[in-house]
Write a protein that binds this ligand. Structure first.
Ligand code: NAD
Length: 339
C-alpha cells in the first residue's frame, strides 16, 4: 500500500485537532509519518511543519495530495471544507481519515457517498473516535455478545465545562450530540428514525441565545429509545457517560476517574477538562487503527455511510431544536458498498 515504508500522511487543517493529530502521528503512531501539513494560514502551517523531519507545509490541499510522498490524508479542517478535500482525495484515490462531521449537512454528505461509490471502493473512515475508546469498546462487546439480552434504552450524558464565544445553539446538536448519534447507531446497530428536543429552564450560565442544557431524544428503527443530556456549560469539566438498559441487566461507562483519593474528609477522583484529555487514548487508537488498516490495503471503522446518517440525524435534530416538534429522520436506502 505505502510507497515509502511508513505511510506518508498529509494532515489538512492544523488547528486544535489537526495539530494534535500531527503530534500523534509524529510521536505516538507506528507505521506512519507526517509527510505534509496544509492550512490556509501560512504562518501556522509553517510553524507546525518546522521540527518534523521531511514534512512539507502547503496552503493548498490539492498541491499536498499531488505530492509523491503523500499516501493518505487526514482531514481536520472545519466541516464546511471537508467535501472539497474529500473529493480531491478521491481524485487521487487516497485513503482518508476525516474528522467528524463528514460534511455539515445531509445533501453534501450524499454527494460524498455518491463520489465514493463511483470509485467503486471505500476510501473514507470518519473520525467518530468513541468507537475506539476502551470503555465504549467493552460496552459494545457486551451488548453484541447478547448476555444482557436486547438493549431497550440508552441514557447518555454529554457535559462540557464551557463553550467558546462563537458557539451557537445548533452546535449543541451538530458538534456535540452528533457523537451520541453515532455512538447510539453503533452500539444498538439500529438507525435513528426521529428526534425530539426538550428544554428545562436554562442555567444562569448559558451564553446569550443558547438554551442550555437540553434533553435530546432519539427513536430507532429497532424500537429502542435514547435520551441525551447535553449540558455545554456545566462548569466542572468534560464528562461523557452512557448507560445501556437491557432485558437482563444494565451496563454503564464513563464514570471512571482514574485514581481515587481519600483526603481531608473527602473521597474522589478527577474529571477531565476537555475532550482532548478524556478521549486521548481513543484518538490514539483511532489513528493507529486507520494507519494499520490502510497499510493492509483495507478500510475499516465508521464509514461515509455513518457520516451521512449522522448528518441526516443532525438535520432532524436542529429542526426539532428550533421547532420543539418531533422530527422524523429521512435516510436513503443503504447502498450496497456500505452493507
Ligand atoms: P480549528 O478551528 O481549531 O482548526 C481548523 C484549522 O483549519 C485552522 O487552522 C484553519 O486555518 C484551517 N482551515 C480552514 N479552512 C481550511 C481549508 N480549506 N484547508 C485547510 N485548512 C483550513 O478547528 P478544530 O477544533 O481543530 O476542528 C477541526 C475539525 O475537527 C472539525 O471538523 C471539527 O468538527 C473536528 N473536531 C473533532 C473532535 C472530535 O472529538 N473528534 C473534536 C473537536 C473538533
Amino acid at each position: 500500500m505505502t510507497k515509502h515504508g511508513a505511510l506518508g500522511v498529509a494532515v489538512i487543517g492544523t488547528g486544535r485537532m489537526g495539530a494534535d493529530h500531527v503530534r500523534r502521528i509524529d510521536a505516538v503512531t507506528s507505521g506512519a509519518r507526517v509527510a505534509a501539513v496544509v492550512d490556509i494560514d501560512a504562518e501556522r502551517v509553517k510553524a507546525v511543519a518546522e521540527g518534523i523531519d521531511g514534512c512539507t507545509p502547503y496552503t493548498d490541499p490539492a498541491a499536498a495530495m499531488a505530492a509523491p510522498d503523500v499516501d493518505a490524508v487526514l482531514i481536520a479542517s472545519p466541516g464546511p471544507a471537508h467535501e472539497a478535500a474529500l473529493l480531491e482525495a478521491f481524485r487521487h484515490d487516497l485513503p482518508v481519515l476525516c474528522e467528524k462531521p463528514l460534511t455539515p449537512d445531509a445533501a453534501s454528505a450524499l454527494r460524498v457517498l455518491e463520489a465514493e461509490q463511483r470509485l467503486g471502493h471505500r476510501r473514507v473512515q470518519v473520525g467518530f473516535m468513541r468507537r475506539y475508546d476502551p470503555e465504549f469498546v467493552r460496552l459494545k462487546a457486551l451488548l453484541a455478545g447478547g448476555e444482557l439480552g436486547r438493549p431497550l434504552m440508552l441514557h447518555c450524558r454529554h457535559r462540557n465545562a464551557s463553550v467558546p464565544s462563537f458557539f451557537t445553539e445548533p452546535m449543541l446538536i451538530n458538534d456535540s450530540v452528533v457523537h451520541e448519534m453515532d455512538q447510539s447507531r453503533w452500539l444498538l446497530e439500529q438507525e435513528i428514525t426521529a428526534v425530539t428536543v426538550l428544554r428545562p429552564r436554562p442555567t444562569a450560565h448559558a451564553p446569550e441565545g443558547i438554551g442550555d442544557p437540553q434533553l435530546v431524544l432519539f427513536e430507532t428503527d429497532g424500537g429502542a429509545l435514547v435520551d441525551v443530556e447535553i449540558f455545554a456549560t456545566c462548569g466542572f469539566g468534560y464528562q461523557v457517560q452512557a448507560e445501556a438498559v437491557c432485558e437482563r441487566g444494565t451496563a454503564r461507562v464513563g464514570d471512571a476517574h482514574g485514581m481515587l483519593v481519600n483526603r481531608a474528609g473527602t473521597w474522589g477522583g478527577e474529571i477531565a477538562q476537555d475532550f482532548v484529555a478524556r478521549f486521548e487514548e481513543a484518538y490514539d487508537r483511532q489513528v493507529q487503527a486507520w494507519v494499520d488498516a490502510t497499510r493492509r490495503g483495507t478500510v475499516e471503522g465508521p464509514s461515509a455511510w455513518d457520516g451521512y446518517a449522522a448528518a441526516a440525524v443532525c438535520e432532524a435534530g436542529v429542526r426539532a431544536q428550533a421547532t420543539g416538534e418531533r422530527v422524523a429522520v429521512e435516510l436513503i436506502d443503504r447502498p450496497a458498498l456500505y452493507r
